[in-house]
Every structure is written in structure tokens, then in C-alpha cells.
Design a protein around this ligand. Structure first.
Ligand SMILES: *[C@@H]1O[C@H](CO)[C@@H](O)[C@H](O)[C@H]1NC(C)=O
Ligand SMILES: *[C@@H]1O[C@H](CO)[C@@H](O)[C@H](O)[C@H]1NC(C)=O
Ligand SMILES: *[C@@H]1O[C@H](CO)[C@@H](O)[C@H](O)[C@H]1NC(C)=O
Ligand SMILES: *[C@@H]1O[C@H](CO)[C@@H](O)[C@H](O)[C@H]1NC(C)=O
Ligand SMILES: *[C@@H]1O[C@H](CO)[C@@H](O)[C@H](O)[C@H]1NC(C)=O
Ligand SMILES: *[C@@H]1O[C@H](CO)[C@@H](O)[C@H](O)[C@H]1NC(C)=O
Ligand SMILES: *[C@@H]1O[C@H](CO)[C@@H](O)[C@H](O)[C@H]1NC(C)=O
Length: 400
């Protein structure tokens, strides 16, 4: 038995193990193709993925998902989405049945996990978010599902997929190891006055070795967010519009929990009409957690009309009094902001505000060319000794 090899050379390692151990594959049909049933297509999609190494949803086909997709623990599977998968916005159903993700009280339509997973094909994942955004306006306790959760996956590649109108976050990588996203387009667009909310492009949580490259994102919240215990992450060649930027955190939200974000490399980012550009955010206050942020590089950012192009915020979601009394327990070290150019919408174009007593160390700023078109650009910093050729822009730095 032979699997069709992908035209993309870099996919070969994913499937090399399949080719080498072809005899371990299920004896079932190698290739299954789905057709729309007219009703809930989740059962046939689940059956196909259990039985067939390759499952295709052809270009002319839209399958409708009305019940949750548990595709965990797969091995050597290729889902080829050329058509469309649409998640039916049956809010009462999903309210009781979406999979619960304990972190930040999230839920999801789809858990996809296991070993050697390829999800590609140029097709569309449609979260049917409009109904959710419209309902959220009158019910802000509505739990809106994450569109796709890569869950406990080892060796997963999501390639050439268009994701539209997620009700909430588009992608969560939860407890993953070696997960790659390439050539993804993300877009959340409302046709009513109720705008998309919390439409993060990616959140990474308790995962190691994650790559996100060559993608275009139009959303209203974090473009990419490195949540607790994201390590060895590479993000490169993203074009983000309308977002809250590329963020480490928020970290330290939960008392008694230790959060680590380490070895993150972010390069070649276009950031337009955004709330933030490159950001590190940590909670402070009386009842929060602790942790470390270490070895993070933000490099080659071109920012256009960004409210806060460069940010360290150690008082995230914390008022001034509480932040001064209970400084953040997140220690931030070895951070590089390199080659950051473009325009801010506010006078302060870079704001590196650390909690006192050495919470921030070895913070490097190089090759900044930021302007504030309506006036003079200002740089603020607090409780940090900056290194690099842009450090003088910030001095003097206030100490609290
Ligand atoms: C709001 O959403 C919550 C959570 O999904 C649900 O339990 C509750 O019944 C909804 N409230 C209303 C008024 O619809
Ligand atoms: C990128 O994905 C789109 C579908 O979103 C596809 O049409 C295009 O061919 C892909 N490009 C590459 C280089 O794979
Ligand atoms: C992060 O990893 C550390 C070290 O393994 C662990 O102690 C901590 O509980 C983890 N935190 C989270 C949020 O998973
Ligand atoms: C810092 O992170 C980068 C990118 O992930 C990695 O290549 C490098 O080895 C890390 N440096 C150290 C000292 O761990
Ligand atoms: C700075 O970033 C810009 C935009 O990404 C890039 O074209 C340029 O080569 C970078 N400069 C250096 C010295 O790397
Ligand atoms: C600031 O936050 C603290 C702790 O969360 C809270 O007790 C206090 O009421 C807040 N103060 C103001 C002025 O909001
Ligand atoms: C900055 O450096 C000075 C001199 O080495 C040191 O006394 C001070 O504690 C440092 N401040 C911070 C916030 O690290």
C-alpha cells in the first residue's frame, strides 16, 4: 500500500514514517471522499477519519458539522479539505456540547490530535461566526467555540487552509509538540453592527516546537498569542490587520500557577491598524500567578497605524494602586525588539513598563524607526535598563 506523497517537499518527513511502516496502516480503504449528506456530516466525517488514512472533502462539497468532532489520538492521517467545512451555529447545541478547555474557560468545536497529522487542501473552515457575534451582544456569558483545536498532537501540519468567521479564537494549539501552520488565511468579517470579538488568530498553550509562517490574518484580537508554557516557537512572514498584535501572554493570571514562555522568535511581520505590535503582557495585583519570560525576539516589524507598536506591560488588567502594591511575579529577561519601523496612532510609540526590583533584565532595543504622524513620538520606560542603539530614545527611564 502506498500513500500519495505530497507535492510539498517539507511534508515528506511527516509521512516518511507512514511510507516506511505502510504495513501498520489499517487495512481499510486508503482514500475516502466525503459528500454532503444534507444533514449532520459529523458522523460520516468521524467514521472516515477513523477508517481511512486520507480523507478528502472535494472542491464542490460543503459539509455541515452539527455535532462536535472528537478526532483525538489519530495516527498517520491526512485530511484534504478542498471544499468547505461549516460549523452549524446551533447555539443551544454547542452551549451544552462543545468540548471544554479548562484554560480561560474556553470551548471548541473540533479536537484534532494524535501523531502525524496533515490537514491541507486549499479549502475553507467556516465558523459561521455572525450568529455568535450577534448573540454575544445580548449574552456576554455565552461561551463561543474555538474553531480548530490541535489537541495533544505530535507532528501536525496545517497547510493552505482558509479560516473564516470563527465565533471566537480561530486556532488553539493545546499540549502540542512539533506543530506547523503554513499558508493560512484568517478572516473575521461582520455583516451587522456586531463586530467579531476575541477572534485571536492563534493561541499556543502548553506546547513545544510550534511554527506559524506565511499567513494573512484579518481579525480583532491577538494575531498570535503565546499563552502559558509556550516554548520554542517560530512565527515568520505574517501580515496582520486589525489585530491586538503579537503577544507574549497574558501571563500570571491564575494564583498558584507558574507560567513559562521561552525561546520565541518572531520575524518579518506586517502589522496594520492594530491595537499593539510586539507585546509582552503580565498580570499584577493581589491574587495572581508567577513565571518567567525568557529569550524572546521580535524582529523586522513594519507597523502602520498601530496604537502601541512596542509594549511591555507588567500591570496588565491591574489598576495602578494594586500594581504598585503587588508587583507582577513574572520575571522577563533576554528580550530583543530589533528593526521596528512604522507609525503609531498615539504619541507614545514604545512603552516598556516593568515592575520594580529587577523584574525585567537584558531588554534590548535596536534600529527603531517609529513615528507619530500627528506630533512628536515619545518613548517611555520604567524600572528597566535598556541595551541597544535605540536605548537613548527612552532615557531617562523612570524608577518606582
Ligand atoms: C447565555 O449564555 C450562557 C452560556 O452559554 C447560557 O447558559 C445562558 O442560558 C445564556 N443566557 C441567555 C439569556 O440566553
Ligand atoms: C495557499 O493557500 C491557498 C488557499 O488558501 C491556495 O490557493 C494556494 O495555492 C496556497 N499557496 C501555496 C504556495 O501553497
Ligand atoms: C509550566 O511548566 C512548569 C514546568 O514544567 C510547570 O511547573 C507549570 O505548572 C506549567 N504551567 C502551566 C500553566 O502548565
Ligand atoms: C533563543 O531562542 C531561539 C529561537 O527559538 C533559539 O534558536 C536559541 O537557541 C535560544 N537561545 C538560547 C540561549 O536558548
Ligand atoms: C528591517 O526590516 C525590514 C522590513 O522587514 C527589512 O526589509 C530590512 O531588511 C530589515 N533590516 C535589517 C538590517 O535586517
Ligand atoms: C484596584 O484593584 C484592587 C485589587 O484588584 C481592588 O481591590 C481596588 O478596588 C481597585 N481600585 C480601583 C480604584 O479600582
Ligand atoms: C540599572 O542598572 C543600575 C546600575 O547597574 C542598577 O543599580 C539598577 O538596579 C538597574 N535597574 C534595573 C531596573 O535593573
Amino acid at each position: 500500500m502506498r500513500l500519495p506523497l505530497s507535492p510539498f517537499v517539507f511534508l515528506v518527513p511527516l509521512f516518511a514514517s507512514v511510507a516506511a511502516t505502510g504495513s501498520d496502516l489499517p487495512s481499510a480503504r486508503v482514500h475516502c471522499t466525503l459528500a454532503a449528506s444534507g444533514g449532520d456530516d459529523a458522523p460520516q466525517f468521524l467514521r472516515a477519519v477513523r477508517a481511512c488514512p486520507v480523507v478528502t472533502i472535494p472542491a464542490s462539497t460543503t459539509i455541515i458539522i452539527q455535532t462536535r468532532l472528537d478526532m483525538t489520538g489519530l495516527r498517520n492521517r491526512h485530511i484534504k479539505l478542498q471544499g468547505k467545512i461549516r460549523f452549524d451555529p446551533d447555539i443551544p447545541y454547542w452551549t451544552g456540547n462543545a468540548f471544554f478547555i479548562p484554560f480561560q474557560t474556553q470551548v471548541t468545536f473540533w479536537l484534532l490530535g494524535g501523531e502525524n497529522i496533515l490537514f491541507d487542501g486549499g479549502g475553507t473552515l467556516d465558523g459561521a461566526g455572525q450568529a455568535w457575534w450577534d448573540s454575544y451582544v445580548t449574552n456576554t456569558s455565552l461561551l463561543r467555540p474555538i474553531t480548530l483545536t490541535i489537541y495533544q498532537a505530535k507532528n501536525a501540519l496545517v497547510h493552505s487552509i482558509q479560516m473564516i468567521n470563527g465565533p471566537e479564537w480561530f486556532n488553539l494549539v493545546n499540549e502540542g509538540e512539533h506543530v506547523i501552520y503554513k499558508n493560512i488565511s484568517i478572516s473575521a468579517v461582520s455583516t451587522s453592527n456586531n463586530m467579531p470579538r476575541n477572534s485571536d488568530g492563534w493561541d499556543i498553550y502548553r506546547s513545544n516546537d510550534v511554527t506559524i509562517v506565511d499567513s494573512i490574518i484579518h481579525n480583532d484580537d491577538d494575531c498570535v498569542s503565546f499563552k502559558p508554557n509556550s516554548t520554542n516557537v517560530r512565527v515568520e512572514n505574517l501580515d496582520c490587520t486589525g489585530s491586538h498584535g503579537i503577544s507574549v501572554g497574558s501571563l500570571g493570571q491564575y494564583p498558584g500557577v507558574y507560567d513559562i514562555v521561552e525561546n520565541v522568535f518572531v520575524k518579518n511581520i506586517k502589522m496594520a491598524n492594530a491595537q499593539n505590535g510586539a507585546r509582552v503582557k503580565a498580570w499584577a495585583g493581589p491574587n495572581v500567578g508567577s513565571g518567567t519570560v525568557k529569550n524572546i525576539t521580535f524582529q523586522n516589524f513594519i507597523e502602520t497605524a498601530v496604537d502601541n507598536p512596542v509594549v511591555i506591560d507588567q500591570c496588565y488588567m491591574t489598576n495602578t494602586t494594586a500594581c504598585a502594591q503587588f508587583p507582577s511575579n513574572i520575571y522577563i529577561q533576554d528580550i530583543w525588539f530589533n528593526n521596528i519601523t512604522g507609525t503609531g496612532t498615539r504619541s507614545v510609540v514604545a512603552s516598556l513598563l516593568c515592575s520594580p526590583d529587577g523584574r525585567c533584565s537584558n531588554i534590548n532595543v535596536n534600529d527603531f524607526s517609529l513615528s507619530y504622524p500627528a506630533g512628536m513620538a515619545r518613548y517611555s520606560c520604567q524600572n528597566v535598563n535598556l541595551t541597544g542603539n535605540a536605548a537613548s530614545l527612552f532615557s531617562p527611564c523612570t524608577v518606582t
